[in-house]
Design a protein around this ligand. Structure first.
Ligand code: HEM
Ligand code: HEM
Length: 168
């Protein structure tokens, strides 16, 4: 069974953990302006930092082809699904950074202060912040669906798909 490169496998699982951790440390009803969730920012920004080398390793390094015995439409669906996950890995941290900047909250990455990417405004932080809040949960639902499909391949179709991402 052809596998993803070690780099891609490590990045895949590291990012799965980071996304879950970012979700778990998201604001959850607390006042972001009064008590900025610094850990949430750092975990989310780690996703943004790692998606770049991941995309480079994906497109310029070796990776197994998606060869699904069920035909071209499912292969296309898998490719689109993976592309959507990549879009979220880029878009979510950026919209979060924008939302924090609109709220006038200092964004830091494990103690390192980062610049704002939008002018601070009083009151409602606007639609990008809302997109971020909703998107933060949507990525979790999509990743959940993605893992169910992976388990389906592994245990129902028994085509060894999971082996391609196996870190050991
Ligand atoms: C994979 C990365 C991320 C995920 C999964 C994620 C997820 C979430 C979720 C689910 C919420 C809503 C929490 C609630 O309604 O109680 C939220 C809120 C927020 N996140 Fe993130 N986030 C990520 C990255 C970031 C980053 C990198 C930043 C800033 C640098 C950030 C800043 C914020 C801010 C400011 C809010 C509050 C928005 C508001 O109250 O309108 N997030 N995030
Ligand atoms: C328990 C959770 C997860 C499992 C079991 C899982 C399993 C897998 C497997 C087996 C593959 C290889 C698919 C193939 O080659 O046809 C894969 C690829 C992928 N996974 Fe996951 N995954 C999980 C979580 C996540 C999360 C949280 C994300 C990001 C939001 C993610 C994003 C991706 C992407 C983008 C690919 C395509 C890799 C590429 O071709 O570049 N996965 N996953």
């Amino acid at each position: 069974m052809p596998r993803y490169s070690k780099t891609l496998i490590i990045l895949h699982w590291a990012m799965a953990v980071l996304i879950l951790a970012a979700w778990l440390t998201s604001e959850g009803g607390r006042q972001v302006r009064l008590n900025p969730p610094a850990l949430h920012f750092s975990l989310g920004l780690s996703v943004l930092l790692l998606v770049l080398p991941r995309l480079v390793a994906r497109w310029w390094g070796s990776h197994p082809r998606i060869e699904d015995p069920q035909g071209p439409w499912l292969n296309l669906a898998a490719k689109i699904g993976h592309a959507v996950l990549y879009l979220f890995m880029i878009g979510l941290p950026l919209t979060g950074w924008y939302a924090a900047s609109r709220m006038g909250v200092q964004v830091s990455f494990f103690g390192l202060s980062l610049p704002s990417i939008a002018a601070a405004a009083q009151g409602d932080p606007g639609p990008i912040a809302e997109i971020h809040e909703t998107g933060g949960t949507v990525i979790l639902v999509l990743a959940g669906l993605h893992s169910v499909i992976a388990f389906w391949h592994q245990f129902v179709l028994r085509d060894g798909t999971m082996q391609r991402m196996n870190p050991v």
